[in-house]
Design a protein around this ligand. Structure first.
Ligand code: FEO
Length: 395
């Protein structure tokens, strides 16, 4: 990525990664990603805001050379995860006079993960300011955006918020700014769902704090920059709210067609009632798409056969993710079929340690579903409709 100016004296110097297809050895990246790093030049001092993934160190160095940087006085580490801080060791070596700006929590992680020299750390507290000469950086500690040490940096005079992971998206885009807000919305939602959703209550607190800060530009550390911050702020307000939509997510797996038949009947029956059904055939599902659907849905119904003694491993994986992602789902049920025994329902229930949706009566039948069994599936759809009506999301 070339060096681009986003405001006078503030440039994007990070790297695009069009080819990366997996993050954390877990998250699919259909559009690649970027590791944004920003250079802020004041009259007296220069600061680098975040670095890049170590695989893209060369891009960062090239961009700094092209920026004709004579020295860097501060390297601000908003977040210690290695996709942003992994090039800190090299930057620290290249710029031996630079102080490394961290907070109390991130200092410890930087020392442990990156072998940062504590004597070079400048530890800032919430609201602290750093004068660069005509440009002021202010730091706001916003823990648990998804790690405990996260903070954001605000360029006061230019009203630019460097939000690191917060408001980001995995999207390699040569355009500096978000120019397709619809595509940007979907990518940001996917990113929120995969990374931020378990921390929505913390993020709600941070959003409250941000209300008092005038922001003209949000420059995250993944994806293009927002020149219209309200677009992403409005989206986040919706995602982190307690509001759910008249939708049912149905992650399912079927071995010989019995569970699939039940899922089909459930989805038909919900659709007939005007409720949006969103099935995911787990062996073929992009888990990012599943996570996105979980952001809004009032209800989840897991479809699984019994394999050996319990739920199919694909259903175990989906339920594990559900439990870890902590969506605001209000109701949950299970449908499926077994051959001779097993404790599928109890095993799935036992996995729900972090979420407490109301459990609706499962429909778990032996063998292929007959007419009576499919009637029970319809009854589940009726029960879901009733629940959705009770909480005011279904007419
Ligand atoms: Fe993009 Fe939490 O790192």
């Amino acid at each position: 990525m070339a060096v681009r100016e986003i405001a006078p004296g503030i440039s994007a110097v990070g790297a695009l990664d069009f080819d990366r297809r997996l993050f954390d050895s877990l998250i699919p990246l259909p559009h690649g990603t970027s590791y944004n790093s920003y250079l802020v030049k004041g009259r007296k001092k220069t600061a680098l805001i975040d670095t890049v993934d170590p695989t893209k160190e060369r891009d960062l160095v090239t961009n700094l050379v092209r920026s004709r940087v004579e020295g860097i006085d501060y390297i601000v580490i908003n977040h210690v995860e290695q996709d942003h801080s992994g090039s800190l060791p090299m930057m620290a070596e290249l710029f031996p006079r630079a102080e490394i700006v961290v907070n109390e929590k991130s200092e410890d992680l930087a020392v442990r993960l990156l072998e940062t020299d504590p004597s070079r750390c400048l530890v800032v507290k919430d609201g602290d300011r750093l004068d660069l000469g005509g440009k002021t950086l202010q730091f706001f500690i916003m823990p648990w955006v998804h790690w405990p040490e996260t903070m954001v940096t605000y360029a006061v005079e230019d009203r630019v918020l460097f939000s690191c992971d917060l408001f980001g998206m995995h999207y390699a885009e040569s355009s500096l700014f978000v120019n397709d807000e619809k595509a940007g919305y979907l990518s940001a939602k996917r990113y929120y769902a995969e990374i931020m959703m378990p921390f929505r209550k913390n993020i709600a607190d941070h959003m409250e704090k941000l209300k008092d800060i005038p922001v003209s530009i949000i420059a995250p550390s993944h994806g293009p920059i927002y020149s219209r911050p309200e677009m992403i702020l409005d989206a986040y307000r919706d995602w982190i709210s307690d509001d759910v939509k008249d939708e049912v997510v149905v992650p399912y797996v079927s071995m010989h067609g019995s569970t699939e038949k039940m899922v089909s009947r459930l989805c038909e029956s919900l659709t007939e009632r005007g409720i949006r059904a969103i099935p995911f055939n787990l062996p073929e599902t992009d888990i990012g798409e599943l996570a996105m659907a979980l952001v809004d849905a009032a209800t989840v119904v897991v479809g699984t056969p019994t394999v050996l003694f319990g739920p199919h491993p694909q259903a175990v994986y989906a339920t594990y993710l559900f439990n870890m992602l902590k969506p605001k789902t209000r109701f949950l049920s299970v449908i499926g079929s077994y051959g001779w025994g097993g404790n599928t329902i109890e095993a799935l229930k036992g996995m729900l340690t972090r979420v407490k949706p109301e459990l609706l009566e499962p429909v778990y039948i032996r063998g292929a579903p007959g007419v009576e069994d499919l009637k029970k599936v319809e009854d589940l759809a009726i029960a879901i409709e009733k629940k959705h009506r009770e909480i005011g999301i279904h007419q």
